[in-house]
Ligand binder design. Sequence first.
Ligand code: SF4
Ligand code: SF4
Length: 368
Amino acid sequence: MKKLEDFADDINKCSKCGLCQSVCPVYKITGNDCAVSRGKFVMLEGVLKGDLKLNKNIEKYLDMCLKCGKCKAFCPSGIEVCEIFNAAKYECAKNSFHGRVENFFESDLVFGNLMRIARKLTHIFSEKLYLKESQMSLKLLYFKGCVNDVYPKNEKALKKIFKNLDAELIEKNFECCGLPFLSSGNWERYEEVKKKNLQIIEECHFDYILTDCASCASTLKDYFNEDLCPKFINAAEFISEQNIKFRFNKPLKVTFHKPCHLENSDFLQKLFEKCENLEYIEMKDFDECCGFAGQFGLLNRELSIEISKKKAQNIIDTGADIVLTTCPSCVIGIIQGLQYSELTGKKRPKVMNIIDFLSKAKIIVPKK
Ligand code: SF4
Ligand code: SF4
């Protein structure tokens, strides 16, 4: 693992141009330079020079980041911001009492066992996917993610759709992808789950790794060097490529929130063309963060609510019946924003995972 000091050259690459301010959702609300990458780099430079201590105040600003990556995509110096913030957070966590307490709760003993118990309980009655494996042309290794493990609604929806597709869904007992551990600076735990997940991936034969959570997919991709990375596909994108249609029993207007970690959403048009009785309305800033971002939403409650309210307003303005997305954390962020928003006579849209939404339609498979 790279330490904060290993990023000294990257931090020095920051020209202090301030372009990151124009895209950072946290800066847009707070107007505080310490909340955006430029200000954080000034503080971390001070730490590396020995002029500042990596204290609670700096940690507070490190936590004030959605890890949305917007600043990275915009930064003329191409700085890997999130990696640097994670390395700094690791230094904070290992040197503080609260960091060690958090690491204990994230350990395999506590978090790992809780997830295994939850998985057992929720899957006692869940449906098994009976497919004739030998006839399936494509093999998809399904990475469910922790939310689907404890709340298998999307998983059931996915299986309902997959019964109609020529693809085998391979299910394994993966660990958490590790994103929450990276954000809390628990590098050891991240390495532990990464090792176990990599072992499962290496032992399986598959064409694609299928996910329906953009954040899990992005974290898993970071396990690999670019040239050795297996092929990943989002469940909605995969469905958009299949010979299948969805008929809704009444006309519906939908809009879509693009999660920060979803690399592209070009498949949407193709997917919506497969849906009868559906009108898609693009919202303003459809790819701007929902404001929840896991730990950020818990540590920066007021800020998270303000960012999610902006998202909710853009959703409400479309007049859509339903807002769709493909990340469980975004579902929570959007619900939060809608709860705190003034509707001023407009209706409150429903928030749904896109796979769950599609599974509610009549599925039409053309005869061969
Ligand atoms: S955009 Fe990049 S180089 Fe410019 S201030 Fe922000 S982090 Fe520094
Ligand atoms: S990752 Fe997102 S929230 Fe964090 S500093 Fe960059 S733009 Fe702001």
